[in-house]
Structures are given as structure tokens and as C-alpha cells.
Ligand binder design. Structure first.
Ligand code: ATP
Ligand code: MG
Length: 488
């Protein structure tokens, strides 16, 4: 590399840092330089962070590759810091890592990898910097900057990665068939980077993905979903999902979404293509929210349309109950994909189940009791539900869209009004089961449930207020109806 290019590079390197991180990063790099010199090894900053320097993008983690022991260098650098951070050592991988001021700094010894066809576990041996960069996924991720010795701050770019960054190209450093066969997750990563960065996958790289797509099945669902979640959190997830489909990857982990595709026509009547509709909804949500599971809810909101689809000669196409059937499909999908099956899954289920309700509210005239019921069922997630419903309006008829959105604005106002009055979000009955049992000297029998339900229904219908006095009175009346006598 020529001297002036170096100079330009260094400028990019420094300009891209704000004052705080400049100090921090300079100090870390400075310490790596000193420690590497002392140990007599060559160290480089490598991978995503170098790419992001060129893209002027914020990057959290710092990866250091060292021709020698990564663990040794990590410990030496950590010793120079005060307070000295704890170093996590992964002996099997020859890597070590520590956190410093909220950043993760990972050290790895340069290595050479070779793979068996059937396994994801590589044979690893020590290697040169070139060996290490050969095993990286894309040219844009195979850049390194020397941190010590006579070449300090020089860029190492064996595969024209900088040019690919400038041309916005995703390309493998080696023959793509080798790169993808070695670690098929890289196919997901190609689509992920393309979606996040708005880069094109080079034609020969894309053709190779299409050829090797089947190999995704040797990859764990956790790793696949990790990349897929990053696609969902990109500015326009549909770009990635369409590519995953075109390249034959989507069918290997989310066939349910692919089943949404297509339009059936009977007697000249068709329905909308639910795949494209879903992508539109996902994009609209991703544009206004970074809540991953809200985006998942958007992706799965119509998931049961294919299985509930019916043709009715007078009504045309119907998808009755798709919201409930869809909500019931969520757990199997989450389990299969190793997504969390806790409250996050329940949240997705809830939004899928309720996604038609605000619309129904509008159609059936917005009564206080219907609003109360929805507030009660949606709880704290009512705002997310409204975002989903608004995004769900994808008609081409702008007057229609306008009308729906105006109606939803009325619903939102109504929510606020009723919530102020009745406090139904995360509602708890003013009378609990224990009080009912004590009052009537009951064991936990079905009468207790009947009284509880009657009180809840009366409050949601606005027959009584959401307060202890009225609920207590109602409890006595309901008990009386069943011949129960209160112990006063
Ligand atoms: P980001 O952190 O924004 O997701 P990144 O490029 O830093 O992007 P990481 O997953 O953090 O991605 O990986 C760091 C670097 O390690 C990459 O830039 C790449 O050089 C290399 N790398 C990561 N995963 C793979 C892989 N599966 N195959 C080959 N190289 C990889
Ligand atoms: Mg990273």
C-alpha cells in the first residue's frame, strides 16, 4: 500500500470516532500495541469493526486477531488496564474475551480451518494472518488493520474488501461453494448483511447460495434465528425475507410463512396474496418500532390464513377464526425455532389472537363496554396492538386506508378516555377469590368462580363501577341467587 493511502485510511479511522470513544478506543488499541510488542507477536484489529469504520457505522465489539496466542495477548492487555477486567477464556476455541467500559473485546489466535462435509466442527490449527482471513465469510469482513510493528495502522485487504464496500457488494473471499459448504450459516449471514447494509449479493455468490441452500439443515436453529432476527430488525426486513425465499433458504426454517404465498381464484374471485401482505405489514412495523417480538407478531399475524381458507359462493373467500388458530400455531413455531417460549411468546400469541379486534370495534360501533373488554384483554400491550392493526391496513385504495386510520384514532382516544375513568389496563378484580370464600365460608368450589366471573363481566359491561363497594355488593347479590349466606 502507498504511503498516502495509509494516511487517508488513518484519517477515516480516527474521524469515525467521537471524542469519548476515540479516547477509549485509542487507549485500548494503544495497549494492544504495547502488549503485542512486548510479547513479540503481530496483532490486528479485524472483521466487522474495520468494515464499519469504512461505513461510518457504529460498532460495538472489537475483534483482535493475533499471529500467536489470543489468550496470552488478552491477558497481557487486561493486566495493563486498571481496574483490570476479568478475562473469559475459551480454551477449546483459542479465544479470550473481556468487557471494558461496555465494550466487548475479543482476542483470537490466527487460525486455519478445514471442514468435513457432514459436520460443522472444523479441524483447527494455528495459521497465518492470510489463513485467518481466508476462513472469514465475506470480503467486507476480511479486512484487518495492523496494530504494531513496522506496518502499524496499515490496512490488510487481500480480497478487495474496500472496493466491495464502495460498490456495496457481498462476496465470499474464496470460492463461494467452499465458503458456504464449510459453514452454511454464512448463507444466512449474506442475506443478513445485504438487508442491514443495503448491499447486493454478488451473482456468483448468490448462485452458490441457491445451490447449497439445502445445507442449512446442518445448522442449529439458534444460529439461524440469530441471523433472521437481525434481518427482522433491519430497516426493511422484506428485502431479506424475499431474498431468503428466492435463494431457497426460507423453506428450511419458516415454511409456514412461505405457505402464505399465492392467490387462489374461484368463479373469478381471488383473495390477496398473504405473503406480500405480511411483508408489507412487517416493513411498516419495522419502520416504527425496534421491538423484535412486535415484528414477529406482524410476521405471524395471518399465519393461519392458509389453513382456515374457505370459498363461500356468496361471501367469496373467508378466513374465519384465523386469528385464534394462528395464535395456537405460535407455540409450535417458537419451539421449533428455539425462540423463547416464555412471556415473549405469549405476547406474540396475544397480538395474533387480538389483531382483528380493534377493527371489529370500529365496525360494530365503538361502545364503552367493547373498548373496556379490549383494554382488559390487551393490558399493557394495547398500544402495540394498535400499531399492528394500523400496519395491517394495506389496501391500495387510499380513501379506505384514510377512513380506517381515522377510525383507529378514535379508538385510541376512547382507550385513553376509558382507561382514565375505569383503570382497566392490567385489571385486577376489586374482590378476590379469598374474600368470596371467607364471606360465604366456601372451599374453592365452582360458586367462587361464578361470582368472580359475574363481577368481572359486570365491570367490563359498565353495569357496576370498577371499585370495591359496588363489587362487594354484587358479590352478596350473586351469592344470594345461589342460596349462599354470608358470614357477617
Ligand atoms: P455485527 O457484529 O454487526 O453483527 P460482524 O461482522 O462484527 O457484524 P460478527 O458475527 O460479530 O459479525 O463476527 C465478527 C467477524 O467474525 C466477522 O466480521 C467475520 O470476519 C467473522 N465471522 C463471524 N461469523 C463468521 C462465520 N460464520 N464464518 C466466517 N467468518 C465469520
Ligand atoms: Mg461483531
Amino acid at each position: 500500500m502507498k504511503r498516502n493511502e495509509n494516511h487517508v485510511f488513518l484519517q477515516i479511522f480516527l474521524e469515525s470516532m467521537n471524542d469519548y470513544s476515540k479516547k477509549l478506543k485509542n487507549s485500548i488499541y494503544q495497549l494492544v500495541t504495547e502488549a503485542a510488542d512486548e510479547l513479540g507477536v503481530d496483532a490486528y484489529v479485524v472483521g466487522g469493526i474495520v468494515r464499519d469504520l469504512y461505513l461510518k457505522r457504529n460498532s460495538k465489539d472489537i475483534d483482535i486477531v493475533v499471529v500467536g496466542s489470543g489468550i496470552g495477548l488478552a491477558k497481557a492487555v487486561a493486566r495493563k488496564l486498571s481496574p483490570s477486567p476479568a478475562v473469559n477464556v475459551f480454551k477449546n476455541f483459542g479465544t479470550a474475551q473481556f468487557r471494558y467500559n461496555d465494550e466487548e473485546i475479543e482476542f483470537v489466535g490466527a487460525r486455519k480451518e478445514s471442514y468435513d462435509y457432514d459436520s460443522r466442527k472444523p479441524h483447527v490449527e494455528d495459521g497465518s494472518l492470510q489463513d485467518d482471513l481466508n476462513r472469514r465469510d465475506f470480503t467486507i469482513n476480511a479486512l484487518a488493520i495492523s496494530l504494531n510493528g513496522p506496518n502499524q495502522y496499515q490496512l490488510v485487504d487481500f480480497f478487495n474488501g474496500v472496493q466491495d464496500i464502495q460498490n456495496k457488494i457481498i462476496r465470499t473471499p474464496l470460492d463461494p461453494d467452499t465458503t458456504f459448504s464449510d459453514d452454511p450459516l454464512r448463507m444466512m449471514r449474506a442475506v443478513r448483511f445485504s438487508t442491514q447494509l443495503n448491499f447486493q449479493i454478488a451473482p456468483d455468490t448468490a448462485a452458490s447460495i441457491a445451490r447449497n441452500a439445502e445445507r442449512l439443515k446442518i445448522i442449529s436453529k439458534e444460529r439461524i434465528i440469530d441471523e433472521f432476527n437481525k434481518i427482522l430488525l433491519s430497516p426493511k426486513p422484506s428485502v431479506g425475507i424475499v431474498q431468503l425465499d428466492k435463494l431457497g433458504l426460507l423453506q428450511h426454517f419458516l415454511p409456514e410463512v412461505l405457505n402464505l404465498k399465492g392467490i387462489e381464484t374461484i368463479n373469478g374471485k381471488g383473495h390477496k396474496d398473504n405473503f406480500w401482505h405480511t411483508l408489507e405489514v412487517v416493513d411498516k412495523i419495522a419502520a416504527v418500532s425496534h421491538h423484535l417480538y412486535l415484528i414477529w407478531a406482524a410476521l405471524l399475524h395471518d399465519i393461519a390464513k392458509p389453513v382456515t381458507k374457505k370459498f363461500n359462493p356468496s361471501l367469496g373467500w373467508t378466513f374465519h377464526g384465523h386469528e385464534f388458530v394462528g395464535s395456537k400455531m405460535v407455540p409450535a413455531i417458537f419451539r421449533e425455532l428455539k425462540l423463547p417460549t416464555n412471556d415473549k411468546m405469549k405476547y406474540v400469541q396475544k397480538l395474533v389472537a387480538l389483531h382483528l379486534r380493534p377493527q371489529a370495534l370500529v365496525d360494530e360501533s365503538i361502545t364503552d363496554s367493547a373498548v373496556r373488554r379490549l383494554l382488559f384483554e390487551a393490558g399493557d400491550d394495547v398500544d402495540d396492538l394498535m400499531l399492528l392493526c394500523e400496519a395491517d391496513i394495506t389496501s391500495k385504495n387510499s380513501a379506505k386506508v384514510e377512513k380506517y386510520l381515522t377510525n383507529f384514532a378514535i379508538v385510541r382516544r376512547k382507550f385513553i378516555e376509558i382507561e382514565e375513568k375505569d383503570k382497566l389496563r392490567n385489571w385486577k378484580s376489586p374482590i378476590d377469590g379469598i374474600l368470596i370464600m371467607e364471606t360465604f365460608q366456601l372451599r374453592p368450589t365452582k360458586e367462587v368462580g361464578i361470582i368472580k366471573t359475574a363481577i368481572r363481566e359486570a365491570i367490563l359491561d359498565g353495569v357496576i363501577g370498577n371499585n370495591y363497594e359496588e363489587a362487594y355488593q354484587m358479590m352478596l347479590e350473586e351469592g344470594k341467587k345461589m342460596g349462599l349466606k354470608p358470614i357477617l
